[in-house]
Design a protein around this ligand. Structure first.
Ligand SMILES: Nc1ncnc2c1ncn2[C@@H]1O[C@H](COP(=O)(O)OP(=O)(O)OP(=O)(O)O)[C@@H](O)[C@H]1O
Length: 338
């Protein structure tokens, strides 16, 4: 869930700092220790620790209501934590909000702009002294021909792209993107992905809140999986897959190959855990190395390589599902101690 107005965009009210690429960032961009936030006595972020280094793209993923948006809202100073310490670029997001506003760009899903505000007017309103080339940015996000369109006339995806333009306009050092590509068509989604990859190449730190796990897998160097306000696990997408969904399945049909001899041979291959066979259809479950050994066995066996040969490799979604499933024994959401 995303709420709020684009309060952390640099609205052009104050001078924008020099280009972030030329600034020296020492230390972490985000440090969170023991963050706790509750609503109406219900703890929704529970003693959370988080660390984001300069130039990283970190994804917050997890179940609905896990506290991801609340966490990034606290980082932006839009929510005041009950307890814990937050430093963003070394600053306190609540007490030093003015200094931080110049350096953090946000794209929030449900942000709004006045209906009659035209695209160029919105860009002018938010542009600081050192803003990027506005026309180039609008073209890059496919909004060039909509320069004169009022906000109310934009489609959901176009609004989303405009918010992204506004978030990037002033070359922020940290960009927070919540549900980045929701509502975008597949081509626009890829364009936005490449824009984020470009940000990374330029050294911008990015925090991404997303349910799109292919997006997290494509863009994030590290993902933090959350449930009930707590971090369940974190690591590179590949590490989470290896830890929580390590198995693969190789399937193929081998006409006329029935019988236990083949099963026995496959069973003995390194990495194979289980072989099942139904008529001509063979399914082999095992570790990743089993893929190579089964392939080698197939070639060496002299059978033609089966046309229906298929390998199912788990992805981040499988890993997260397992992780969420395993964590159902977490204690119920905490109530604030009275
Ligand atoms: N202003 C609020 N008042 C009361 N409860 C709130 C408020 N904002 C969020 N919550 C609740 O806090 C919990 C965490 O919400 P949050 O939006 O941070 O989770 P999320 O992980 O971003 O969820 P989603 O993936 O569904 O967007 C939810 O149960 C939500 O209903």
């Amino acid at each position: 869930m995303c709420r709020g107005v684009p309060a952390t965009w640099n609205g052009g009210m104050q001078p924008t700092p020099m280009r972030h690429a030329t600034e020296h960032i020492s230390g972490p961009v985000v440090t969170v220790r023991g963050l706790t936030k509750s609503y109406g006595g219900r703890v929704v972020v529970d003693n959370l620790d988080l660390h984001v280094g300069a130039g990283e793209i970190v994804g917050l993923i997890g179940a609905n209501g896990a506290g991801k948006t609340t966490t990034v809202e606290c980082l932006q100073g839009l929510r005041t934590p009950d307890s814990g310490v937050i430093r963003v670029l070394g600053l306190d997001p609540v007490k030093q909000a003015d200094r931080l506003r110049l350096q953090v760009g946000s794209q929030l899903q449900s942000s709004g702009l006045p209906d009659r505000l035209r695209v160029t007017e919105a860009v002018d309103l938010f542009a600081g002294a050192h803003a990027q080339d506005r026309d180039r940015l609008l073209e890059q996000f496919g909004l060039g021909r909509l320069r004169r369109s009022p906000f109310a006339g934009l489609s959901g995806g176009e609004r989303q792209r405009l918010f992204l333009v506004l978030a990037l306009l002033n070359r922020p050092r940290l960009v927070i993107l919540d549900e980045l590509t929701q509502g975008l068509d597949p081509a626009a989604r890829r364009e936005v992905w490449s824009a984020v990859a470009q940000l990374r190449d330029e050294g911008t730190t990015v925090m991404l809140v997303t349910h799109e796990l292919d997006e997290a897998e494509a863009l994030c160097e590290r993902v933090v999986a959350m449930r009930q306000g707590r971090v369940l696990d974190q690591g590179t997408p590949a590490e989470l897959v290896a830890r929580h969904a390590p198995g693969v399945t190789v399937r193929f049909g081998l006409p006329g190959a029935g019988g236990s001899a083949i099963r026995g041979e496959l069973d003995r291959l390194p990495g194979v855990h289980r072989v099942s066979q139904e008529r001509d259809q063979v399914a082999i479950e095992g570790a990743r190395e089993a893929i190579a050994h089964v392939g080698a066995w197939l070639v060496a066996s002299g059978h033609p390589v089966p046309v229906d040969l298929r390998v199912d490799i788990p992805d981040l979604e499988s890993a997260l599902l397992t992780l969420l499933d395993q964590s159902t024994d977490l204690p119920e959401t905490r109530k604030v101690a009275s």
